[in-house]
Design a protein around this ligand. Structure first.
Ligand code: AMP
Length: 437
């Protein structure tokens, strides 16, 4: 009996996992530059947290949550997104009351949504995101966008599209919703069942309906920009002006509303289209929220956040050849002939203890087998240790790129490695400084 992964879930193994870590580490490094601090919150929370946080009207809560009763008859859910859990942790820890505001958090980990799996859409996927909580200044929205933009550029993305919109404040949205209900009520009989429900729960969500016939109707709907209060209009203009000043190109998208109910004012998404025209959908998205903290039992503070889907980042980078193919190791140890394997083990131990990565071939004592394995393992050097080598205390070190060989007296091994790596680093930094000139 062979077991397979559940539909919509996937294993991330070996070189792929290495590249997931690479992406997460790069995003972490950028988050550190922006002074975000890491928050790790549970994968499982009370269902109510998400019902209140993400919103009863959202598709996520209505249809996509992994919700079940635990053995104590409590309704619990696997997190379908991070923001509600992060805000809960900020409220519980009281840092919103005791620390300087805003609090800047970053997070990374799996989320679960019972969606229809398709290209780039999973039921368990990974998100990396940021939240800035406790400031209403529009420049914090801009900071979030700039973080996303910088991180994507550093990962190597070229054809980025930043889509932006405003949902206005509560008053703007109330009058806009009234206008939408009036408009869609005339058409709703010809629209999909989801839209019929959205009209009752959250008419804004009709705007990003994916049904082609419905989109035709959506095109004639009133636009939020005609219903903005003066404050919301100015706030949005300030955000756009700041992006202009920074030279960040954006595209204003009137239909961008986002799938989570807590958003207000600025909302945005990063999209990517490859050179050959592949559209990968939203690779990252976020926005401002005014009432979420209060809604979850905290003080009246607003915040702004952004979340990347790591699977989507990975897929784009892989398709564009921007990932590592096979990580290198420093040495591969080849025991040859009748050698004492405990001795080989002690050499391996010394090498690793001195900070060099290495693998050894105790499964075979054939040099041909070791050379093949060393090349497949992507080793920089092959260290040959045979009976004669042990007798004389001299190893043979072969550079697998240049094929140069070197005899090394055993006690000098680590010093020689240090020297070789120092020289090659010098050559590399020299090469890259020449490239930069
Ligand atoms: P959201 O939490 O819905 O704002 O989504 C944030 C980001 O997560 C999106 O921009 C996508 O990159 C990613 N994402 C959302 N849903 C999925 C999914 N089902 N599978 C993979 N990635 C997803």
């Amino acid at each position: 009996m062979e077991y397979n992964v559940l539909k919509g879930t996937h294993d991330i193994i070996d070189v792929d996992a290495y590249n997931y870590s690479y992406i997460e580490q790069l995003l972490t490094n950028v988050a550190n530059l922006y002074n975000f601090k890491e928050f790790r919150v549970p994968v499982i929370e009370k269902s109510e947290l998400y019902q209140r946080g993400v919103g009863e009207g959202s598709d996520i809560v209505r249809k996509e949550m992994y919700t079940f009763e635990d053995k104590g008859s409590r309704s619990v859910s696997l997190r379908p997104e991070f923001t509600a859990g992060i805000i809960r942790s900020m409220i519980n820890s009281k840092i919103l009351l005791t620390n300087d505001l805003p609090i800047k958090a970053f997070y990374c980990g799996p989320v679960f949504r019972y969606e229809r799996p398709q290209l780039g859409r999973y039921r368990q996927f990974n998100q990396f995101g940021i939240e800035i909580v406790g400031s209403n200044n529009y420049l914090r929205d801009v900071e979030c966008i700039v973080f996303g933009y910088t991180a994507l550029k550093m990962l190597g993305f070229k054809n980025l599209e930043l889509r932006i919109n405003t949902l206005g404040d509560k008053n703007s949205r109330e009058s806009y919703k009234t206008a939408l209900v009036k408009y869609f009520s005339k058409h709703i009989d010809n629209m999909c069942n989801d839209c019929k429900e959205r009209l009752k729960l959250n008419p804004l969500r009709i705007l990003d309906c994916k049904v082609i016939e419905d989109q035709e109707i959506v095109r004639g709907a009133p636009l939020i920009k005609d219903y903005l209060t003066m404050e919301s209009k100015t706030r949005y203009e300030n955000v756009l002006n700041a992006l202009d000043t920074l030279g960040i190109v954006y595209y204003e998208d009137d239909t961008l509303v986002r799938g989570l109910d807590y958003y207000s004012e600025t909302v945005f998404e990063f999209h990517y289209t490859s050179d050959n025209g592949n559209n990968y959908g939203a690779i990252g998205a976020g926005g401002h929220y005014a009432d979420l903290v209060k809604e979850l039992g905290g003080p009246q503070l607003s915040g702004v956040g952004l979340s990347f889907g790591i699977e989507r980042l990975f897929n784009v980078l892989k398709d564009n050849d921007l990932l590592q193919k096979n990580p290198k190791i420093d040495l591969y140890i080849a025991p040859v002939g009748e050698v004492d394997l405990n001795y080989i083990m002690s050499v391996v131990y010394t090498i690793r203890s001195n900070g060099y990565s290495c693998e050894f071939n105790i499964e075979s004592k054939s040099i041909t087998s070791s050379i093949k394995k060393a090349i497949r393992a992507n080793a920089n050097y092959l260290l040959i240790i045979g009976e004669d080598e042990i007798k004389n205390g001299i190893f043979t070190l072969k550079n697998l790129e240049t094929q140069e060989q070197l005899d090394i007296y055993e006690p000098d091994l680590i010093n020689v490695l240090d020297q070789l790596y120092e020289e090659s680093e010098h050559v590399h930094s020299h090469e890259s400084s020449e490239e930069n000139n």
